[in-house]
Write a protein that binds this ligand. Structure first.
Ligand SMILES: O=C(O)CCC(=O)C(=O)O
Ligand SMILES: [Fe+2]
Length: 458
């Protein structure tokens, strides 16, 4: 049993780290409006297969124009597993593909993409640039809605979605967004007019955020949706540096914990639970995702890297063995199958025992007993390396209790998306920080943060 259970100092620091971690959490959405300029108020459209063009002028849209647009659309489908399905009890709306319309208004010339870019790139873990891809036009007439769903990731680079709502008089149809037990409303029917002047309302949100469009009671709600991709940038010019000060509380607490001799004295891992989900597939190297980390997750990664900690994205799998739970860290996504043969025999996996706070003490959740399967490992030619990986290492968990989220550790399939899912599904990831034994880390941490004073005791 480690000495950390009996030392209140390390426990207080651990509690402080949990608190700083919670305080780091950022809002996962950005809402705003811009004026609709008279020379950018028209939308031209044609019905699939018909050459005549129609027009809606959003500076003064008439009911006839909006009805004609609705009549030129097709019923919107949504993704259920691998298929696109039409089910009007789940999504009732019209859609038009990008090839059948042209809007004078664009998020580029109106400054929306710059503002959304500042929000998304406030503090990226590595320099990134954004690409906005027009996806669809949607029209929600009376009785339309879109129940709760998560947008289908179109590649591992897709990080966010943007919805633009044109000014039309409508009642209902707010976009509701939910993440980690919080809910926000994008109240587009109110936002699209200010002092009777038409405005274009927009909402950008990380694409793993659950959202739904509430029932439209009257009028028409017309939207453009964009997929936002984050791609590595050659230079750090697109990054904004004011995230650094905000990092200080978390960085200083983490640094103080690492300087405590009773914190993981023989080394181990710190696991930070991620706020967001990411598109992964079995062939994707998780290290490639680190540049695409979203909001809060990017903050944690940056803080760990600023302390020169060996930090990597890992999948944490939980499996039950003879009444106990074993946790395995692995650097890539593995299809979750009964038996876990593919995890057990993988050289890159690390077995961990989790510690957490319980009754005011930092304890190991499951005792790190050596595996009953050790015999099998003796047969392997690489037995030394394999056995050293199989003896559980201690992992200190930061974030919501894993015990509450046990089921979420399975591959989190998104059943309902806005399109049938492609090659990607969402996986549950964590940021694993490798902590070397205390004897080895003291000089390193002191060199990195010479000004940090130890916490005073009371
Ligand atoms: O119209 C909106 O506000 C959101 C639409 C949406 O969720 C989607 O098209 O996937
Ligand atoms: Fe959506």
């Amino acid at each position: 049993m480690s000495t950390q259970e009996s030392n209140p100092g390390v426990e207080a620091l651990y509690v402080a780290l949990q608190e700083r971690f919670q305080e780091t959490k950022r809002k996962p959405l950005y809402i705003g409006t811009v004026p609709l300029e008279p020379n950018a108020s028209k939308l031209f459209f044609s019905k699939e297969g018909v050459s005549n063009a129609g027009v809606v002028d959003f500076s003064q849209p008439t009911e006839d124009q909006l009805k004609a647009l609705a009549a030129s659309c097709q019923p919107a489908t949504f993704g259920l597993g691998q298929q696109d399905v039409l089910d009007e009890s789940y999504r009732k709306a019209g859609k038009m593909d990008a090839g059948n319309f042209a809007a004078q208004f664009t998020p580029f010339s109106s400054g929306i993409t710059d503002r959304v870019g500042e929000f998304l790139l406030e503090a990226p873990s590595t320099p990134q640039s954004l690409r906005f891809e027009l996806y669809k036009l949607n029209i929600y007439g009376p009785g339309s809605f879109f129940k709760a769903h998560v947008d289908t990731p179109r590649s591992d680079k897709m990080i966010a979605s943007l919805v633009i709502v044109f000014p039309t008089v409508h009642d209902g149809g707010s976009l509701l967004l939910r993440h980690e037990e919080q809910e926000w409303a994008f109240d587009s029917p109110k936002l699209v007019y200010e002092d009777d002047k038409p405005r274009v309302a927009f909402a950008a949100f990380y694409s793993d955020i659950e959202h739904e469009v509430a029932l439209v009671n009257s009028g028409y709600r017309v939207t453009l949706t964009y997929n936002i991709y984050s791609e590595p940038a050659a230079s750090p010019l697109t990054t904004i540096s004011f995230g650094l000060d905000r990092d200080a509380p978390l960085r200083e607490t983490l640094s103080a914990l690492l300087q405590h001799p009773d914190f993981l004295p023989d080394g181990g891992y710190i696991g930070f639970g991620l706020s967001h989900k990411y598109p992964v597939n079995p062939s994707l190297q998780l290290s490639k995702l680190s540049g695409n980390l979203k909001g809060t997750d990017a903050d944690i990664y940056r803080v760990c890297r600023s302390l020169s900690l060996d930090t990597a994205l890992q999948v944490l799998y939980c499996r039950r063995k003879q009444q106990t739970e074993a946790y395995t860290l692995i650097n890539r996504f593995v299809e979750y199958r009964a038996g876990y043969g593919n995890i057990d025999t993988d050289r890159s996996c690390i077995t961990v025992s989790l510690s957490r706070m319980s009754k005011g003490r930092l304890v190991v959740h499951q005792e790190g007993a050596e595996s009953t399967e050790e015999e099998e490992w003796r047969q392997q030619e690489w037995q030394e390396e394999a056995r050293s990986k199989y003896i559980p290492q201690l992992m200190v968990w930061v974030g919501r209790s894993l015990l509450d989220r046990r089921n979420a550790l399975k591959t989190a399939y998104v059943a309902q998306g806005n399109e049938a899912s492609l090659a990607y599904v969402y996986g549950q990831l964590c940021l694993a920080v490798h902590v070397v034994p205390f004897k080895e880390r003291v000089p390193k941490v002191q060199v990195e943060t010479p000004e940090t004073e130890p916490c005073g005791d009371s």
